[in-house]
Design a protein around this ligand. Structure first.
Ligand SMILES: *Cc1c(COP(=O)(O)O)cnc(C)c1O
Length: 388
């Protein structure tokens, strides 16, 4: 399908091409100086002590839960209104994901009070997702975690650069996990980052990322170490120099691109304010969002599929975030989760539509989208709804 307006678009240019070319010419393709520079720059940007670049965010999350000690007897509380990797990464450790509902149709982040209600003697940690880039109530989440001796992993896939009271998301919990997948705010193709302020965890993360080995190729190359031991079960979750080079350039553009996203969202707000059959979540929300995606919630009774079809016919690509994880077959079969477990999450999954958003989305395009939305909603009013 050739979209008139696609859901997302990348800001890739000559600088990225030059950076990749330089790496290829250097003939040092993995775990070298460019990766170290990327990690240092990312850590500095976030204001965090340690950052480790990895293959993707799913690997980052797996590493996080493993080094924090999750295992087969443990329960980890997570939202279900997220990409499946948030929960799959818990399963990789043998632990059980226990799902908490999100706050409301206006606040699509996990509810701290619902987290509290899911705590059992087996609970070991909490995984939060900053949906669309909007900060979860980290003050309350960290308070609950401290009171119940739980760890907190932040899935920051949507929220690089977002902050709460000036503190960057990903630095509140013990570990933060970022994604640089092709449709995120900072892209390297595949790629991710694990960040922490804890020195001991940092050592573990570094080893687990690379086979559990105590020393790395680059250190040996520089003559720092001649042998290695394997102290933990590790994986090959490394990134390569090519992606790290793209990441370094992309990081420089992140602040400005996040601001352009914010401007586009503001334009949407202005143009949609009198559309009654639709609400825009996260009104008057805490913190500063990175505006990864632009979700809207359709009024009860509006046919979401028909609405999306009508927009598609106008060349507008939409999406939905997310099919709830607890209702996927694998999760239903393995844990017996059923519909009704998370009423708010389930309702959102039926009424949410994600509209196009990217830094270079122009206000004329937004006007075009909003016109298509008005037409789609008007058409639904005219067609009598026939119940099967
Ligand atoms: C994209 C995404 C992930 C997975 O990231 P990958 O880098 O593709 O592994 C995890 N969680 C959320 C919320 C995401 O949006």
């Amino acid at each position: 399908m050739n979209w008139k307006i696609s859901l997302s678009d990348l800001d890739i240019g000559q600088e990225e091409i030059a950076a990749v070319t330089e790496v290829l010419q250097s003939k040092w393709l993995t775990m070298g100086p460019v990766t170290q520079d990327f990690e240092t720059a990312f850590a500095q940007y976030l204001g965090v002590k340690h950052a480790f670049a990895v293959a993707n965010c799913t690997a980052a999350l797996h590493i996080a839960h493993q080094v924090l000690g999750a295992g087969p007897d443990d329960e980890i509380i997570s939202p279900a209104l997220t990409f499946v990797a948030t929960a799959n990464s818990i399963l990789y450790t043998g632990a059980t994901p226990v799902f908490a509902d999100v706050t409301s149709l206006d606040d699509l982040n996990v509810s701290p009070e619902n987290i509290l209600s899911r705590i059992t003697p087996k609970t070991k940690g909490i995984s939060v997702v900053h949906y669309a880039g909007y900060p979860c109530d980290m003050e309350r989440v960290m308070q609950i975690a401290q009171e119940h001796n739980l760890y907190v992993v932040e899935d920051v896939a949507h929220a690089p650069g977002a902050n709460l009271n000036g503190k960057k998301l990903g630095t509140f919990g013990q570990i933060g996990c970022f994604s640089f997948f092709s449709n995120k705010n900072l892209v390297t193709g595949e790629g991710g980052m694990v960040v922490t302020n804890d020195d001991e965890l940092a050592e573990k993360i570094k080893r687990v990322r690379s086979h559990g080995m105590t020393s790395l190729t680059w250190d040996r190359h520089k003559g720092h170490a001649y042998a290695y031991d394997v102290t933990d079960l590790g994986y090959n979750y490394r990134i390569d120099e090519i992606r790290a080079a793209i990441g370094l350039v992309q990081l420089k553009k992140l602040e400005q691109n996040n601001e352009l996203r914010a401007t586009a969202v503001e334009t949407y707000h202005k143009m949609l304010h009198d559309v009654e059959e639709l609400t825009i979540p996260f009104s008057d929300y805490r913190g500063h969002s990175s505006h990864h995606i632009f979700p809207v919630v359709l009024a009860p009774g509006v046919d979401t599929n028909q609405f999306r079809t009508d927009l598609r016919e106008q060349g507008i690509q939409t999406s939905m975030h997310y099919p709830p994880v607890h209702l996927f077959s694998h999760y239903q079969e393995k844990f017996g989760y059923t519909r009704g477990l998370l009423p708010v999450t389930e309702e959102i999954s039926e009424r949410e539509v994600t509209l196009p958003l990217y830094p270079t989305l122009e206000s004329e395009s937004i006007a075009y989208i909003v016109n298509a939305i008005r037409a789609a909603l008007k058409r639904q009013k005219q067609v009598p709804v026939i119940q099967p």
